[in-house]
Design a protein around this ligand. Structure first.
Ligand code: TYM
Length: 333
């Protein structure tokens, strides 16, 4: 094994991917593939904490893989697998459940949010979800976890659980670190820009789906909520500027230019010009991804072969960690 560090991350195939998922997560992954050993999963086991339609979940899981590849992550160089294809995740999650406190889990923002949105189904899986996520990460002796800002609290709890386990049994787990993109770590809703852009938002105008038609993407950006000041300027923490801050972050992220440089282009111009340019930049970023996605989805066998190969590698790597854990806690192996 060389001395490249290990990256692990994943996305839930629970809805159409948004521009937030792309800019917060996948886009950073593309840039990491040459310098790290990267493992990316389709997190199907996490999705059933909320009710799913089985046929849709199956379809979305393969679509997610096609999107990873269409965004430029090379399936020859990186490991892609479906979480439920590697039972080590569920097995380690059980063990780590016994090393995680109810109080820690009760503080998780995502649990509080989801349990208020799905009050009719506050199941135990929704509560222990961060333990499964910790298992995903720790099984691969991961160094870095590239995610958007909303997942950082889950990475903190993962580190706490790993440190607790190591303090009892010695160095079993590598302590991972979260990795945020410089811009785009927190893309906001286009309709309520103080709220995160989310694939589960009931208002489709609030988010851009990576599978939206190009004219729909442009329309949604052009109708994004802004303010009446008419000045294209980034003001961190100023909620009245949340809409413009968000569009500037999106523009900076898709073009790779600094936020202030982008803002300078619009001195003395109105929001109409700015929005039209953001719309065009996003559309031009999404167009080739969409074309590649459509091409990949025609060949299901190509996609399922990648999953089979990836699952084999994932099982091999994670098996070493799981065996160590079982031995440490006293299971006969
Ligand atoms: P998920 O599926 O909700 O989101 C996937 C990734 O997209 C990022 N993201 C965003 N980034 C910026 N702005 C937004 N509006 C935005 N919305 C989503 C998320 O931060 C994430 O990086 N629990 C995870 C999935 C998971 C996982 C893991 C991730 C399960 N096990 C192990 C890393 C490692 C989740 O629900 O992400």
């Amino acid at each position: 094994m060389d001395d490249k560090k290990i990256i692990f991350s994943g996305i839930q195939p629970s809805g159409n991917l948004t521009l937030g998922n792309y800019l917060g997560a996948i886009r950073q992954w593309v840039n990491l593939q040459n310098d790290y050993h990267c493992i990316y999963a389709m997190m199907d086991m996490h999705t059933i904490t909320v009710r799913q339609t089985p046929a849709e979940l199956r379809r979305r899981t393969l679509e997610l893989l096609a999107l990873y590849i269409a965004c430029g992550i090379d399936p020859e160089e990186n490991i892609f697998f479906i979480q439920s294809h590697n039972s080590a995740h569920a097995e380690l999650a059980w063990v780590l459940n016994c090393y995680t406190y109810m109080g820690e889990l009760q503080r998780m923002t995502q649990f509080k949010d989801k349990s208020s949105r799905h009050a009719e189904n506050i199941n135990a899986g929704l509560f222990t979800y961060p333990v499964l996520m910790a298992s995903d990460i720790l099984l691969y002796q991961t160094d870095y976890v590239p995610v958007g800002k909303d997942q950082m609290q889950h990475i903190e709890i993962c580190r706490d659980i790993a440190q607790r386990f190591n303090s009892i049994y010695g160095d079993v787990f590598k302590i991972p670190e979260g990795m945020l993109p410089k811009v785009g770590a927190n893309i906001m809703s286009l309709q309520e820009p103080t709220k995160k852009m989310s694939k589960s938002d009931p208002n489709p105008k609030a988010y851009i789906s990576m599978l939206d038609d190009m004219n729909v993407i442009a329309k949604k950006i052009k109708s994004a909520v802004t303010d009446s000041e008419g000045v294209v300027e980034y003001r961190e923490g100023d909620d009245t500027k949340a809409g413009i801050n968000n569009l500037l972050s999106i523009m900076s992220s898709v073009t790779g230019r600094a936020i202030d440089d982008v803002a300078n282009d619009y001195a003395g111009k109105g929001y109409g010009d700015f929005k039209a340019d953001v719309a065009e930049a996003v559309v031009e970023t999404m167009r080739p991804i969409r074309a590649e996605f459509d091409r990949l989805m025609v060949d299901k066998k190509y996609l399922t072969d990648i999953c089979a190969k990836g699952a084999e590698s994932a099982r091999r790597i994670s098996g070493r960690t799981l065996a160590k854990v079982y031995k440490k806690v006293g299971f006969v192996i």
